[in-house]
Design a binder for this molecule. Structure first.
Ligand code: ATP
Ligand code: MG
Length: 268
């Protein structure tokens, strides 16, 4: 009898049930936390404070897919593509070939806006529909299986109401899921009183399939980067806080315990 083989990226649940297929991030330590990877087609909020490593992590996620032959797409809302590439070239995991081969596609948001003919900073519901179609066309035409929008916060600032934001994020997620495109929406975190919010408007985090939180731990004057998976529909996962080591070779995520006990810590 042929031995059953464990297919890569597929979560095996010994108690039965039908496992969701996984999109392996191949970021050191992250797939273990996620029990194999991100559920394929999930739209995940990658939330964090300034400088917590959001763009780098999202880029590594795309590049690891591109190196495996996937077509990936990065939509940059907050910085020009040329500057993004300049920074990206300082990392050892980047390779110009994946751009030349069309495996990593970087889009300037300004170009998308110009094409749509949107000139104001406040979108109408009609502009939102046009933007949604533009994103869908990009993913469809490229056949992208991994997408990053950096950041969803900047786009949401241009939406007229929370209702429009909800509609936008929900419908975008619905399309991407049907397309099997696994997506990271980068989100700025805010603290209101004692409450940590994973997104500025609140609706983004409710609609997203998952939330990965990047933050800071102040340890005897050193600011360590941290990662915690807050929610991830479609899989079991660790909810422990981990330490992120951001090196020129990319991210490495290790259990917090390795760093000893926490003192003087705060969420960034
Ligand atoms: N080549 C490199 N090797 C290692 N670390 C780097 C390198 N380049 C930048 N960094 C670190 O990464 C940090 C920036 O990371 P990144 O841009 O991914 O954060 P971010 O959360 O996207 O920031 P922002 O909120 O400004 O968009 C820098 O502050 C620096 O500490
Ligand atoms: Mg960034």
């Amino acid at each position: 009898m042929a031995k059953s083989k464990k297919s890569p990226g597929l979560e095996i649940d010994p108690r039965g049930g039908t496992p969701r297929e996984k999109c392996e991030t191949k970021i050191t330590g992250l797939d273990t936390i996620l029990n194999g990877g991100l559920p394929l087609g999930n739209t995940v909020l990658l939330a964090g404070t300034v400088g917590s490593g959001k763009t780098t992590m999202a880029m590594e996620f795309l590049i690891n897919g591109a190196k495996r032959g996937e077509t990936t797409c990065f939509i940059s809302v907050t910085e020009p593509a040329s500057k993004l590439l300049e920074n990206l070239r300082t990392y050892g995991f980047f390779d110009d070939e994946i751009i030349k081969e069309g495996k990593l596609n970087i889009f300037d948001y300004q170009i998308i806006r110009d094409r749509l003919g949107v000139e104001t900073n406040e979108y109408t519901a009609r502009d939102m529909e046009a933007l949604l179609s533009a994103f869908e066309d990009i993913v469809d035409e490229l056949g992208a299986t991994r997408l990053v929008i950096d950041s969803i916060t900047a786009i949401c600032y241009q939406m007229p109401s929370p209702g429009v934001i909800r509609n936008f994020v929900f419908r975008l997620g619905q399309f991407l899921s049907s397309f099997g495109c696994t997506t990271l929406l980068i989100s700025e975190t805010v603290v209101e009183g004692m409450i940590q919010k994973y997104s500025v408007f609140g609706v983004e985090e409710a609609v997203a399939d998952g939330i990965i939180l990047l933050g800071n731990i102040n340890r005897k004057g050193d600011l360590l980067r941290s990662l915690q998976v807050v929610k991830m529909r479609g899989t079991k996962h660790s909810r422990s806080r981990h330490v992120v080591e951001l090196t020129p070779m990319g991210l490495s995520i290790v259990p917090l315990l390795k760093w000893g006990s926490e003192d003087n810590q705060r969420f960034g």
